[in-house]
Write a protein that binds this ligand. Structure first.
Ligand code: NAG
Ligand code: NAG
Ligand code: NAG
Ligand code: NAG
Length: 391
């Protein structure tokens, strides 16, 4: 992620655009006739067999879709043993009361290609708080040599990560798997190599430990970069109406981390049908799997916003990336001042969805971490971090 996750979205969109351009050019009257026939056949089909699921409704705009669906969705096929097992385990995990540790810790899980440019800033952040946190590093390209004692020996066994592919989700699951082995870990924070803390440790710790929700970014984007990536192959388990989008940088409760370990059913659907090049579309599992799954099985257990700030307001192919001159106390006050999290939809309406950051009945600052920062901003950030009490 050195050249950056920032550019990843750019590449994604570029691929998508070229995908459109590469579509075969339909020429001549033969194609028109074939097309008309195909459309007629499918319209007759829809008339005779009205669609029952919302995904089909979305495509065909059938009148039968406006009727309220009161009956719960019944899987149209028999589940495999593996799938039944996933259902049973997920239900049990959600029913169980969380086990409280006497020494609750926050697990900081770093997903990086190699070096961590902000290691010294994090070192400062962790100083004096031993015993209240654990660090895990998944370095997918090269194992970084660490200088901070909080990072030395914390690289976990890693594997290659391809942006936008399921290997990204696999790396996240690998981090959770390692962090779950410490029974004191109660909240699991996923961070990238370009993330920095916005507050001192105590603030972050209290924010995350005294809550029972996962801070998972989750919203409904009806545009091509949201619902447009849905594939009907995900039926019957994942319906269009439940398909959600969100940035991958989550924090997760122990219960949800366990749930992710247990899930093979939904994971398999995303591995097979949410991938780049699926039916001519590019679906990125890391932006859809966690939000969709948790929205389906435990909607009240997630906050619907991420505590990691990223600036998409320019609506460009990549988010805003901060350079040394941008690093001022004004910028940090601006980011830490948000009490409403913004989501930008990709449809023509370009709606800005506003999620107030409320939990346990109180409106709070939304963000604990921010990205994405160029490595050269380290010195300026270190200075600010030393000077400020709030940051
Ligand atoms: C979290 O705690 C609040 C208040 O204690 C409670 O109302 C809510 O149901 C809990 N949520 C979950 C997902 O356990
Ligand atoms: C998150 O959004 C869902 C609806 O999508 C809602 O049911 C849930 O209550 C929200 N979570 C919180 C903590 O407000
Ligand atoms: C941060 O700055 C942006 C751009 O100047 C502004 O639109 C936004 O309202 C500010 N946010 C806060 C919380 O002050
Ligand atoms: C931090 O404080 C030092 C001295 O107290 C000062 O020289 C420096 O300019 C401050 N840095 C920032 C970024 O405010």
């Amino acid at each position: 992620m050195k050249t950056g996750r920032a550019w990843r979205v750019g590449i994604k969109d570029f691929l998508m655009m070229s995908g459109i351009r590469q579509r075969p050019h339909l020429k001549g009257p033969n194609w028109v006739i074939i097309l008309v026939c195909l459309v007629s056949i499918s319209l007759i089909g829809v008339y005779l067999y009205p669609p029952r699921n919302s995904a089909a409704c979305y495509i065909f705009f059938s009148s039968s879709c406006s009727e309220p669906e009161n009956t719960p969705a019944v899987p149209s096929r028999e589940l495999t043993d593996e799938e039944n097992a996933a259902h049973v385990v997920i239900t049990e995990i959600l029913k169980s009361t969380p086990v409280n540790s006497n020494n609750p810790k926050v697990a900081f899980m770093f997903l990086t290609p190699g070096r961590l440019p902000f290691e010294m800033l994090w070192d400062k952040f962790f100083q004096g708080h031993d015993g209240r946190f654990t660090v895990y590093v998944h370095a997918s390209r090269e194992q970084p040599a660490h200088t901070s004692p909080h990072f030395i020996g914390r690289n976990i066994r890693s594997d290659k990560v391809d942006w936008g592919k399921i290997s990204m989700v696999d790396a996240e699951r690998r981090l959770l798997m390692n962090a779950l082995q410490d029974p004191d870990n109660q909240q699991f924070v996923l961070l990238s190599d370009s993330c920095v803390p916005l507050h001192h440790f105590d603030f972050v710790y209290n924010y995350l430990i005294f809550t029972n929700v996962s801070f998972i970014d989750c919203y409904d984007d009806p545009g091509p970069h949201g619902g447009g990536r849905y594939s009907e192959h995900m039926l019957p388990e994942v319906e269009y109406k439940d398909f959600r989008k969100g940035s991958q940088w989550f924090t997760m409760t122990r219960r949800h981390a366990l749930l992710i370990m247990a899930d093979s059913l939904y994971y398999k659907k995303f591995r097979l049908y949410c991938r780049p090049g699926m039916e001519g579309k590019n679906c990125y599992a890391d932006e859809h799997y966690f939000p969709t799954l948790l929205h389906m099985v435990d909607p009240n257990g997630i906050a619907n916003w991420s505590v990691t700030y990223v600036d998409w307001s320019e609506r460009k192919w990549h988010p805003r990336s901060y350079k040394p001159p941008d690093i001022t106390s004004k910028l940090l006050r601006n980011i830490t001042g948000y009490e409403v999290s913004l989501h930008f939809t990709s449809d023509e309406k370009k709606t800005v969805l506003k999620t107030p950051c409320i939990w346990n009945g109180m409106q709070r600052p939304c963000f604990l971490f921010a990205r994405k920062f160029y490595p050269e901003t380290l010195d300026n950030l270190m200075q600010l971090f030393s000077n400020s009490t709030a940051f």
